[in-house]
Design a protein around this ligand. Sequence first.
Ligand SMILES: Cc1cc2c3c(c1C)C(C)(C)C[C@H]1C[C@@H](c4ccccc4)[C@]4(C(=O)NC(=O)N=C4N2C[C@H](O)[C@H](O)[C@H](O)COP(=O)(O)O)N31
Ligand SMILES: [K+]
Ligand SMILES: [Mn+2]
Length: 500
Amino acid sequence: YSTPPPHLDFRAFVSALRSDNDLADIDAEVDPRLEVAAITRRAYELQSKAPLFNNVKGAHDGLFRILGASGGLSSDPQYPYRRLARHVGLPPTSSLGDFIDTMLSAKGKEPIPPVHVGTGPCKEHKLFGDNIDLTKLPAPLLNKADGGNYIQTMGINIVQHPTKPWVNWSIARAMVLDKTRLVGLIMKPQHIARIYEQWEESGKDMPFAIALGAPPIAVMVSSMPLPEGVTESEYVGALCGEPLELVKCETNDLYVPARSEIVIEGTLSITERAKEGPFGEMHGYSFLDEESVQPIYNVKAITYRGGNAILPISVPGRATGPDETHTLIGTLASAEIRQLLQENGLPVLNVFTPYETQVIWAAVQIDRKKLWTLKTNAEDFCRRIGDLIFRRKCGMQIHRLLIVGDDIDPFNFKDVIWSYASRCRPGMDEYHFEDVAAYGLVPYMSHGPGTKVTGGKVVANCLLPHEYNQEQLWVTCDFENGYPEEIKEKVLRRWTEFGL
Ligand SMILES: Cc1cc2c3c(c1C)C(C)(C)C[C@H]1C[C@@H](c4ccccc4)[C@]4(C(=O)NC(=O)N=C4N2C[C@H](O)[C@H](O)[C@H](O)COP(=O)(O)O)N31
Ligand SMILES: [K+]
Ligand SMILES: [Mn+2]
């Protein structure tokens, strides 16, 4: 059969990175205990090629190779987003704006349900019963403070609502507990937690599947906070214009992408729990006193692709070079926030969570001419935006919104911080929200001075009062805006002649 495109087949995605010269094949033996993760973390921070560890110490019977930084910024300084573009079939020259536009392009389109096929690459090898020993797999230790080996950081957690036709795909971390069990974070208001609660009420353990090395576009949609009740695989179909091919699990009625590298399936217990974490998380901290007790995943089968299956991993941390918890979670929450604001008639051009703010802030770019027609003011406008975003799940992990004008590029942090620093008056231009759900993993919430699960949110108005009803009363003093076109053209034409 012909090889599918990179966004539909993880192995083709890896080959595409290799042909993009954006992959490093590491054939030397590397230790999954910290060494793999340290190399991956440094690869994010230096924006180097994605490391493919072809010779992981302790790998056996085709389990497994490891790919780090699948969603990191690419090593090509001119096109840093080409690795993200490869996930969704966009040209390598695409911008973050193109990526967000693409992820929203299926909104309003008819969902395209997946098709069920008899078998696929993920069925080439199967382990059951005593052949399952998770402690014998080279599951990586990602940070010296981690409480376990996190085998699940880039797979798709597949769960189905017990009574409604809703199959949710998301990414939720899980670490190896013992021979046949994992333990992982199940955190409200995430959909996996909402659906888990329904199983608790039904009194039955929740069937699960974790599809690792799944089609890259499916990983993207799994990381996207689509509305409650939306079956992610149908949104993937609408994005691609064709149904995704799924195969049935061996031990339950869930379906997984046929082309996945590794599938772990079983039931998530509604009674058994265990200590989970600490885990080096997306804000760059691993709190040593993290007392997370989470549900236990009982593993009933592992199936995997031949040719040495590849386990993708994410090593979250400081976004000095962003990792997938910034490039996926931040960017895809930005997409849903933009969608929500535009659907509610707000004059929003784009939204983005700057990596320099560890994707805890989001810049909301306003079309100022349209803003004038609302005949509004900073307080009403900012409160309206805060009420919309901070009371919805897609805004859960954002604690500061910056309302900026269309002269500001939300994807350029220097623009964003210039407008925040110079136009947002302390004590008058920030509107606080203490009665909204907080993102509990943000350090000033989990280990801060105040409440832990509510509040700590703010909307910062970065527009001067007159921008709400007229043209800006200033000339911006930079090369782009401070000089007439003919001067700029002359300067650019003679730049090399000046030897500058
Ligand atoms: C891309 C990505 C997303 C992640 C995560 C990770 C990576 C790489 C790792 C590395 C494992 C770190 C933790 C970080 C951790 C986390 C927890 C809460 C909020 C944000 C992150 C969590 C997680 O462990 N639990 C959780 O519930 N959601 C996570 N998301 C966000 C969700 O995938 C995202 O929110 C989706 O939209 C969910 O789908 P849904 O809308 O519910 O259908 N992980
Ligand atoms: K999702
Ligand atoms: Mn969902």
